[in-house]
Design a protein around this ligand. Structure first.
Ligand code: FRU
Length: 487
């Protein structure tokens, strides 16, 4: 099926009888369907949107085009959970039907006001001559459906000096006001963030541009998110147009943060440290955070735009990451898998050995599991081969002892994709004990290094039977390993 401008901009209400059910049959025959990650029933998922804990339930929305694995007319799909582990489809989805969202209900966020859940999002419009227009819109979750505000678009212009690449309102509350950070592009083709203030969610004032020390840092900033942890202000955003720099910025677009003093909302000055990538892997973008009981939780899109992924032939593509808790350590963010995920653990298997210049294929195997491997007393390279299978298939996570680097190698992970951006990712890392904490699903791997000081996130597309696990070392290394199958 090819998608021209006509079938790319259909909304779900225009689906023919059985059309989506038939697509679902193809999708569900795919062995790369994930077991514990949020993914689209059919079609394409991208950014997580509207994360919130509301009336005893977690809510997550995501950018969704139901009819196929392309960036078509974006809806907001909706899932709810009581524990962030089991997610159920919620039929109250955001369907773009109004003039101000004719080409998609783009990304945005949620806020609770007067015990109601409100959503702020970008209405995306393409004019006849294909120019973009961008409107900021308000909606409310009601008992039976999502209701769009009659005053939409609540922000219908772009501030002076910005282009129409202007989107992704993230809302936060401070001192009795609501604030929005909106990602954008300046007329001089640099990325930037606009800040708005409101008392009532309806009337918004543009209060200025966020003043960072990053004057010329890519041509567009998408998906900003501002929050405070302890007394530190943190701004997440996704700059586009950065050049690769050694081990950094090797994906098509980046996702990272700057941390510093709390944002001064009078002057919009933000004093901060250098930009740090949130993830060292291949497939991580457009994360969003929310707060629950003092915990700051983050979920990202496990994918990137403009790259073809192997599952597209089965009419679906992409998924979200697991929820991760963020904490600050020496002014840097550390990420740990939300503790709720322990609920997924089934039987535990362990393995310990003093390795000496050898590779051992473990009696333990699997395709959907959590694995914790601790290496100590090492005098050479060491690591793990995961999802090993016929044809020397393997995903290798290893420590390069001489160069003190952790390396994720997906050169032989299975079906190849995204090769324009290379098949190795690495980060400089020094510690006497190296811990790999791994969440493996049918077609992804998320790796937390030493309690989340670094993370690597990647999609992989191995053969159905590639389930082996090996450990190796070129010198000595002591390994302690635990593995739980996940259900
Ligand atoms: C990021 C993004 C956002 C936009 C959305 C559209 O992946 O480009 O800037 O709102 O995706 O789906």
């Amino acid at each position: 099926m090819t998608f021209d401008s006509k079938n790319r901009y259909r909304n779900i209400k225009d689906a023919h009888a059985d059309e989506l059910e038939n697509i679902e049959k193809i999708v569900n025959s795919d062995h790369w369907r994930q077991k514990f990650h949020i993914m689209p029933k059919t079609g394409l998922l991208n950014d997580p949107n509207g994360l919130a804990y509301f009336n005893g339930k977690y809510h997550i929305f995501f950018q969704w085009f139901p009819f196929g694995p392309v960036h078509g007319l974006k809806h907001w799909a909706h899932y709810v959970s009581e524990d962030m582990v089991s997610w159920y489809e919620d039929k109250r989805i955001l369907i773009p039907e109004e003039w101000y969202e004719s080409h998609g209900a783009f990304s945005g966020s949620a806020v609770i006001k007067d015990n109601q859940l409100y959503l702020m999002y970008t209405g995306n419009v393409r004019t006849k001559d294909n120019r973009r227009k961008s409107y900021q819109c308000l909606a409310r979750l009601e008992e039976k459906k999502i209701v769009k505000d009659p005053d939409n678009p609540v922000i219908n212009s772009i501030p002076d000096g910005f282009t129409n690449e202007f989107r992704d309102p993230k809302i936060f509350q401070k001192d009795g006001s609501f604030y929005l950070v909106i990602g954008g592009q300046k007329e001089n083709m640099t990325g930037s963030i606009a800040v708005y203030q409101s008392k009532d969610l309806h009337n918004w004032n543009f209060i200025g541009e966020l003043k960072t020390g990053l004057e010329n840092f890519g041509y567009m900033w998408e998906c900003p998110d501002y929050f405070e942890l302890n007394d530190t202000g943190i701004l997440l955003f996704c700059p586009q147009g950065l050049k690769p720099n050694k081990d950094c910025f090797n994906n098509i677009y980046q996702s990272g943060y700057i941390a510093g003093d709390k944002l001064n909302l009078d002057t919009l000055e933000f004093r901060h440290s250098d930009f740090t990538e949130l993830d060292r892997g291949f497939d991580f973008y457009a994360p969003q955070t929310f707060e629950k009981d003092g915990r700051r939780l983050m979920i990202g899109w496990m994918g990137l735009p403009e790259i073809e992924y192997p599952s597209e032939k089965n009419f679906w593509v992409h998924c979200l990451t697991i929820p991760r808790e963020l904490k600050l350590m020496n002014n840097r963010l550390v990420q740990s898998p939300a503790s709720e995920l322990k609920k997924l653990r089934k039987e535990k298997e362990t393995f310990s050995e003093n390795l000496h210049k050898q590779k051992i294929k473990l009696p333990i195997s699997g395709t959907v599991y959590e694995l914790l491997a601790e290496f100590s007393d090492f005098s050479g390279d060491f690591g793990l081969e995961l999802r090993t299978g016929p044809g020397d298939e393997k995903t290798v996570l290893w420590y390069d002892y001489k160069n003190s680097k952790i390396i994720l190698d997906r050169t032989n992970s299975g079906e190849k994709f995204g090769l324009d951006y290379g098949s190795l990712r690495m980060v400089h890392f020094i510690a006497p004990v190296i811990k790999f904490h791994i969440f493996m699903d049918s077609s992804s791997v998320e790796i937390f290094i030493n309690d989340g000081k670094e993370t690597f996130t990647a999609r992989i597309f191995p053969g159905e039977n590639s389930s082996g696990i090996s450990v190796f070392s070129t010198g000595t290394a002591k390994i302690n390993l635990s593995k739980w199958n996940l259900a």
